[in-house]
Write a protein that binds this ligand. Structure first.
Ligand SMILES: Nc1ncnc2c1ncn2[C@@H]1O[C@H](COP(=O)(O)OP(=O)(O)O)[C@@H](O)[C@H]1O
Ligand SMILES: [Mg+2]
Length: 231
């Protein structure tokens, strides 16, 4: 069998709260194959964003090992932190596409230039950028600035940015959480359609069971933390 895109073993994470430490999760293990989709479920505060941050190296676990795209990150190895940060930064630039609740667009750049900037950082061809906007139904808005389009159109542009980098893994943190129901469903449909077409692996954090059901695997942070097939 092919190597998983993402494998986390025995992850624990605590945060300081005054003199105490609060455990967000402990002993969490999960594995994601190429092209697979994983929903991170759980109410607000259950640790979804924290786990996504661990999966792209923006937070460090207290314990555990993450293997991402064949690169192993083990924070128990003394003296390895600086070198691991560099490897995470390279993965984030080239192979991990990240999406948030609000599209992370540069306000001073047109939608097309936002996509081009992201593609350039990932060392991907710039000629495809307009095509990605068209595939997302906003080709005619390419020269507009983020404040000249709707929230749903901004999230479509954010999707174009992610796909234009040709990533191996997409991490999406409540990507439709700021949109009305109908727009959220449209943007979600585009995300799953392009994910299936490109074969990229996806981790989607959501508190919405209907959205989670569309993923192949569900990890419920509120109820234990071993991933299993969606019910
Ligand atoms: N930087 C931080 N410092 C202290 N506590 C944090 C920090 N980030 C998150 N937490 C806490 O960790 C828990 C999980 O938060 P989070 O991952 O944001 O949950 P979710 O995304 O599921 O809403 C919450 O109790 C939150 O208050
Ligand atoms: Mg969150």
């Amino acid at each position: 069998m092919n190597q998983p895109v993402l494998e986390a073993r025995d992850l624990s994470k605590t945060f300081a709260s005054g003199a105490e430490r609060i455990a967000v999760f402990s002993g969490l293990s999960v594995s994601l194959a190429a092209g697979q989709s994983l929903a991170l479920m759980g109410r607000s505060g259950s640790g979804k964003s924290t786990l996504l941050n661990l999966f792209c190296g923006l937070e460090r676990p207290d314990n555990g090992v993450i293997t991402l795209l064949g690169e192993r990150f083990d924070y128990r190895e003394a003296g390895a932190a600086g070198q691991q940060e560099k490897r995470w930064a390279r993965l984030r630039r080239r192979q991990i596409g990240v999406m948030f609740q609000e599209a992370n667009l540069m306000p001073a750049l047109s939608l097309l230039d936002n996509v081009r900037l992201r593609a350039r950082l990932a060392e991907q061809p710039l000629e495809q950028c307009q095509t990605w906007l068209e595939r997302l139904g906003i080709g005619e808005l390419a020269e507009r600035y983020p404040d000249q389009v709707s929230g749903g159109q901004r999230q479509r542009a954010a999707l174009a940015m992610v796909f234009a980098m040709n990533p191996d893994l997409i991490l999406a943190d409540e990507p439709t959480g700021s949109l009305d129901r109908r727009t959220a469903e449209e943007v979600t449909a585009e995300l799953f359609r392009l994910q299936a077409e490109t074969g990229v692996a996806l981790v989607l954090a959501t508190h919405d069971p209907e959205l989670a059901e569309q993923c192949q695997v569900t990890l419920d942070l509120a109820h234990g933390n071993q991933a299993g097939p969606a019910p």
